[in-house]
Design a binder for this molecule. Structure first.
Ligand SMILES: [Zn+2]
Length: 454
């Protein structure tokens, strides 16, 4: 066997533990894991002092391409991801959604020379596009995105539409990522706050209340159980959301819980103070809730982490009032760094980082074991991290078109130093070293369909 690359002296991390050894790569795949180097590889990377993790799989990013490319595009977004240690993303763009199989073919073709890393695509489901779900699935969509409330110009699905969607998902064995905030509660809050002429930053947590999230999660969880549909609750913001999902899961609902760094590292005081640059929804909750979120993450009650990378430039964020400025944060290049920092704060282990930001998303999407693990036969997607590296996050280092991070000024410990996609180095020392177009469109595997009601 010809060995193209060996990563030597690495401490290789999986959810089960870590061991020191050599990763041999042949034709873009992991050829084997060995205690000692073979000595005859064409290329050698010395990872002394570094941890080798499987490339991160970020299942929730918005690269706005095609779409509002003043905010982000696929070249910048995938470059930011590569620098951040992410080798696979699942992308969807609200302003230019994939709604039909034709849209998917068109977007896939358009992106064929625009990504530095591997990518799958998510389709939106609108109330009047439900009939396209089977053809999108057959065409290779990774997952479906649905909203329970009209947000970012995306029409929400009320329970009758959700029920129809979930039945369809269950028949296909497909999964949806559902943004859960109740339409009527958020609408009522908004009317009240606007009637009071409120424009202070405190409108965000009051408008997008925890109650609104809980009511929507309750409906989605129940409908998941009744239909057998596989649902991932998007960006769970509060421990009560997790409790609710876990109760339904005990009753056999097929639910997973996604959360994002902003629900751990930011809180409602930050939102009240900074407004637009902390405007995302559901919003960060109060500090005690954030502390409990860390405990839930450590206790394996959060299934996966993604970033919900939805960047705007600072000009776009600060160019209007709190009601009109765009929702969303940049994050795809800082998420792994923030998780590594959490390992140094003893909040979670490195093994758990691999589990929640690589293995679990890969498993839930049917990408495992091609992605999400360092194992013979898997794609050679590896991120080398220096877990001890102390540094200060700065806006000027940000690769995303956003050009800023909510974590600017934070002194953190740990960072990715090299990202390898299918055996090729795509980012090194915070610089992208690969051309766009090397990233491939990936169609997740189709897990066996479970009959409805089982
Ligand atoms: Zn999102």
């Amino acid at each position: 066997m010809r060995v193209d690359l060996e990563i030597v002296n690495a401490t290789i991390v999986s959810p089960q533990g870590r061991f020191r050894g050599t990763i041999a790569v042949s034709e873009g795949r992991i050829a084997g894991l060995f205690e000692e180097p073979s000595g005859n590889a064409a290329h050698v990377i010395d990872a002394e002092g570094l941890f080798a993790l499987p490339g991160m799989v970020d299942q929730h990013v918005h690269f706005m391409d095609p779409g509002d490319t003043t905010r982000e595009d696929f070249i910048y977004g995938s470059s930011a991801a590569a620098v951040g240690g992410v080798t696979t993303v699942i992308e969807h763009t609200h302003s230019n959604p994939v709604l039909t199989a034709d849209d998917l073919r068109e977007k896939r073709e358009y992106l064929s020379d625009r990504s530095v890393i591997d990518f799958g695509l998510m389709a939106h489901v609108f109330p009047d596009t439900l009939e396209h779900v089977p053809s999108l699935w057959n065409e290779g969509i990774a997952m479906f995105k649905a909203f329970t409330c009209t947000t970012h110009g995306v029409p929400g699905l009320l329970p009758d539409d959700l029920l129809r969607l979930f039945r369809s998902l269950s028949d296909l064995g497909a999964r949806a990522l559902v943004h859960c905030e109740d339409e009527f509660i958020t609408e009522d809050n908004e009317e009240r706050l606007r009637a009071a002429l409120r424009e202070d930053y405190g409108v965000i947590p009051e408008w997008r209340s925890t109650e609104a999230e809980l009511v929507a999660v309750n409906t989605v969880a129940l409908l998941s159980r009744l239909t057998g549909a596989k649902i991932t609750v998007a960006h769970a913001s509060h421990p009560e959301v997790i409790d609710l999902v876990r109760r339904e899961r005990e009753l056999d609902a097929r639910l997973s819980i996604e959360s994002c760094p902003q629900y751990f590292y930011l809180d409602s005081d930050d939102v009240r103070e900074h407004g637009p640059t902390r405007k995302f929804t559901p919003p960060a909750r109060d500090k005690p809730a954030g502390e409990l979120m860390w405990e839930r993450l450590a206790k394996e009650e959060v299934d996966l982490i993604s970033t919900d990378h939805a960047p705007s430039t600072l000009d776009q964020k600060l160019g209007s009032n709190i009601w009109d400025c765009p929702f969303g944060l940049p994050g795809v290049e800082t998420t792994l760094t923030m998780l590594l920092n959490a390992t140094n704060e003893q909040k979670i282990t490195l093994e758990r980082v691999v589990q929640v930001y690589s293995e679990m998303p890969a498993r839930l999407l049917g990408l495992y074991p091609r992605k999400g693990t360092i194992h013979p036969g898997s794609d050679a997607d590896v991120v080398l991290v220096d877990a001890q590296k102390e540094h200060v996050l700065e806006n000027e280092d940000i690769v995303s078109k956003a050009g800023w991070t909510p974590f600017a000024g934070c002194r953190v410990k740990g960072r990715p130093v090299m990202t390898i996609l299918r055996g090729t180095v795509v980012a090194e020392d915070r610089k992208v070293v690969a051309e766009p177009g090397g990233g491939l469109f990936i169609t997740p595997g189709r897990p066996e369909v479970r009959a409805r009601g089982m």
